[in-house]
Design a binder for this molecule. Structure first.
Ligand code: ZN
Ligand code: ZN
Length: 633
């Protein structure tokens, strides 16, 4: 180094200087960076660089690009300040990008200080700084800068607006997004796909699905990213069925857009939510055709989708076909077994996973603990909970405690469950209390049920469903006065129960039914079929469980109301539309009522059909008059 320096200072020739710095600044020779910068600064100090010297600019830019250490950046900063090269737009832009976005520092505060040293920043300087803030912990500053730029009369370009919208997404600031949208219209940037896609994303995340749709319609050339944002918007805003239909629409002649692996990932989520097995199988075929089969997160999502659609064979097939199974793959398989009531198999999978040298994480334990609780494996569940803490050093989170409360609840150890909630290290949430309330209903524990409702009220988290559980507890204990009291309270507080809604998928189309539904196109045949099923089941001994209907109506009306619960409508539609013997897969948004459960058990025997019902929490596999939940749900 000394030798080189001596040689260069003796012959201060510009062209030689560039040749000398070039190897130092090349990407492969980053360790020599300090030497290069030092030489540059040193030569400048001794006035050995001819002024003005055109090649100098390029040496500085290449030094900026190859800077790999914080001190290198500080040295360059000092250098471009003293040489006033900072006022050169290309140099200041390169340096700002390296400082704020890609270099070793990435400190927005320092970058902003540098930005302030630029006398006349251009829009691209602003864009870099806005982008840096949009990725930082203070995204609101991106919006301040965007406004500041416009106040100074610098017109924003589509990139500035796009970064400003991204910052609004970070802190879900709808009003800021609306302001940017106005600017976009004012400046005529409404044909920029990237910008409009960011705006859609903001509206989607702020639950403004209609606004997102409007922006989507305005995009002249919709690319796959825009379609993906629209699909995710539908899933996020409970328009899951629309999400599925977009898969076909995007591929039509008018749009000719090819779904990619992200599209598949989103649609698998939608299928899992809707229990749409046939559609999920279509996505699976598409994944195989397009060669996305090796994408790890797609395989993991396929396992989850098949498990959540109650189709464990297929989930297992995907799992076995995976070359590299990660802890996520194992956890997905374990959770799938658990939620379908295969607790023992979930434990076996856990042991197999350990034999394969994969360390379980907290999700694996959520799966295994819920498996133990669904299959009533009390001792095993308790032992896994202890091992999680002592052997694997995983601090139990609220959902682990939730599984344990469910486990104790199912075993009838209600006091133990209550003690666990009151002694746990995390603050109990409404879900944990609700789990215990469900156990109180099954075991008819009125006193504890009242205490639990008290806790839910304290948390201001009580929902209509909780009062329904309390009503159930009182009515099964024959405490009719209390039933009347709760009903009065619900009326006074205008507490509305969530209407039951069930879906059934036939030939890839998801059909939705709500209680007393009269909107379906085959309504007359549907109700006729349901009446026929009711008749057949009554011959086989089915008696309507009147306590399942909680409204204050007479028995005849109760009988009528129960006949048209959404689960039954979905089953009738399945009978109407499929050949005998076909398995019917129904998903429901609420906990299945006792009457529907009895109905489905008998239906599976009389009609010799398997029925899979996924209620809000678990699976019920009905076959030959029995249910996999052993009447505990
Ligand atoms: Zn029901
Ligand atoms: Zn069941």
């Amino acid at each position: 180094m000394g030798e080189v320096l001596k040689r260069r200072t003796q012959t201060p020739n510009g062209a030689c200087l560039v040749l000398m710095l070039k190897p130092f600044c090349s990407r492969r020779n980053q360790t020599s960076f300090a030497a290069a910068t030092f030489t540059l600064i040193h030569l400048h100090h001794y006035n050995t660089i001819p002024q003005p010297y055109p090649h100098h600019k390029y040496s500085v830019i290449s030094a900026i690009k190859s800077s790999s250490h914080k001190t290198h950046l500080l040295q360059i900063h000092a250098h471009i300040l003293t040489t006033t090269l900072i006022q050169h737009p290309t140099i200041s832009l390169h340096f700002l990008s390296r400082l704020a976005l890609s270099g070793p520092l990435q400190d927005p505060t320092y970058s902003h200080r540098f930005f302030d040293q630029i006398s006349n920043p251009f829009v691209f300087h602003y864009n870099t700084m806005i982008r840096a803030y949009s990725l930082s912990d203070s995204p609101q500053k991106a919006l301040f800068l965007y406004r500041d730029m416009r106040r100074k009369g610098i017109a924003s370009d589509p990139l500035s607006s796009s970064f400003a919208v991204k910052s609004c997404i970070r802190f879900l600031y709808l009003f800021g997004g609306l302001q940017v949208h106005c600017n976009v219209l004012k400046e005529g940037h409404q044909s920029d796909t990237l910008l409009l896609t960011s705006l859609m994303d903001l509206y989607s995340q702020c639950q403004r699905c209609d606004d997102a749709s409007k922006v989507f319609d305005e995009i002249p050339q919709k690319d796959t990213v825009a379609w993906n944002v629209m699909i995710s918007c539908c899933i996020r805003n409970n328009r899951t069925r629309d999400a599925l239909s977009l898969f076909d629409v995007m591929q039509t002649e008018s749009y000719q857009c090819e779904p990619d692996n992200v599209t598949c990932l989103l649609l698998l989520q939608a299928c899992a939510r809707l229990n749409a097995l046939e559609f999920g199988e279509r996505i699976h075929s598409y994944i195989t055709e397009r060669g996305y089969g090796g994408v790890l997160n797609l395989s993991n999502s396929l396992i989850s989708m098949y498990s959540r659609c109650g189709c464990l064979d297929k989930a297992y097939e995907v799992f076995m076909g995976m070359e590299n199974k990660t802890v996520i793959s194992w956890s997905a398989m374990i959770s799938g077994l658990a939620v379908n009531g295969y607790g023992r198999e979930a434990i076996e999978a856990f042991e197999e996973m350990q034999r394969n040298g994969i360390r379980p994480d907290d999700h694996t334990f959520t799966g295994i603990l819920s498996g133990c609780s669904h299959s009533r494996l009390l001792d095993e569940g308790m032992s896994f909970f202890d091992r999680m803490i002592s052997e694997f050093r995983i601090t139990p989170a609220i959902h682990h405690y939730g599984c344990m409360v469910d486990l104790f609840g199912r075993a009838g150890l209600l006091d133990k469950a209550y003690q666990l909630i009151t002694s746990m290290e995390v603050k109990p949430d409404s879900t944990v209390w609700r789990t215990l309330l469900g156990a109180c209903r099954i075991h008819g524990d009125v006193a504890l049920g009242e205490r639990v409702i008290g806790h839910l009220i304290e948390l201001k988290a009580q929902e209509a469903g909780d009062y329904v559980l309390l009503l159930n507890i009182y009515s099964s204990a024959g405490q009719w006065e209390k039933v009347a009291e709760v009903r009065k309270l619900m009326r006074e507080k205008s507490i509305q129960t969530t209407p039951g809604c069930s879906t059934i998928e036939l030939k890839g189309v998801v059909h939705e039914f709500v209680v007393d539904d009269i909107s379906h196109s085959k309504m007359v045949e549907l109700y006729h079929t349901l009446d026929e099923i009711n008749k057949q089941l009554k011959i086989a001994g089915y008696v309507v469980e009147l306590s399942s209907e909680l409204h204050k109506i007479d028995d005849k009306e109760k009988c009528y109301a129960l006949s048209y619960h959404s689960e039954k409508l979905a089953i009738a539609f399945g009978v109407l539309a499929t050949p005998p013997g076909t398995t019917l897969r129904v998903a429901s948004n609420l906990r299945v009522c006792v009457d529907c459960h009895n109905f489905l058990k008998l239906f599976s025997a009389v009609y010799n059909r398997d029925v899979t019902l996924r209620d809000h929490k678990r699976f019920h596999h009905f076959r030959g008059g029995q249910c996999s939940c052993s009447d505990y749900w």
